[in-house]
Design a binder for this molecule. Sequence first.
Ligand code: CP
Length: 311
Amino acid sequence: MEFQQKNILDMASLSADDIKLILDTAETMKEISERPIKKVPTLRGKTIVLFFYEPSTRTRLSFDIAAKRLSADGIALSASTSSMVKGETLIDTARNLVAMKPDLIVIRHSAAGAPHMLARMIDVPIINAGDGMHAHPSQALLDILSVRERKGSVKGLKVAIIGDISHSRVARSNIIGFTRMGARVTVCGPPTMIPKGIETLGTSVTYDMDTAIKNADVIMMLRIQKERQAAYLFPSEREYAAIYGLTKEKLTHARPDVLILHPGPLNRGVEISPDVADGPHSIILDQVTNGVSIRMALFYLLIGGARNVGD
Ligand code: CP
């Protein structure tokens, strides 16, 4: 199957076949990262700009590593060191970047829709590395890959996503992605952190942690995104942790083979206890490893052409 997408903007734009092709390609990329010399010439001569307007550890580093493993030249630009601080607009910045002939732009922005606007205005493939509260498609893809790797398939699995759903682009992208691949998704959190109408994305809703966890095959914990909350939506972190924090005791309600995911960064002792984060059910660091493979796959499918990844 040929990959028909020009950009990766959100999960809603990807069909189940697209998602499967990206995951299968990522699995073939994984072997490159296991080699003593972790580099193939597949994207030699290609220029990839990593344009990050918001802080990031995992996403930015893994896009950068993915570019390097495929021999592309990755150039990073952050808002604080760009001429945006002098008042240059996003679109003027992007037009200037395009004038330097990049082959692909990865963008993270605090405004929902910023990558979509760029994709309409410039003729360079765009990957959305997270836009406001809207979408984080490469995160959902690496999450689905991490679960598929352990379970063989995500079809029919019960996935519970727990925490600050309202402010989470990871939650939105994962609801759409897991649902599209045949999983049943339930979101859970305090009523103040569950947006009205979220069911239209295909998820069910519960405010009760034990109900969400019961018989779950996958539990994805999310942090409280204080940086996006206009006002505190819970009385105190201690109370939040007592009700919605995942602990060993609460895990006794889950299946014995449950997988625990978290996109990071973790707030240990708030949404997840350290013994669960580091415990036998956690695949949090698998997610990070798979983040590199997914981003290699996205680069390859968008700008790699028909060249052999093993070249
Ligand atoms: N998961 C994630 O997006 O992490 P970063 O913000 O560190 O990139």
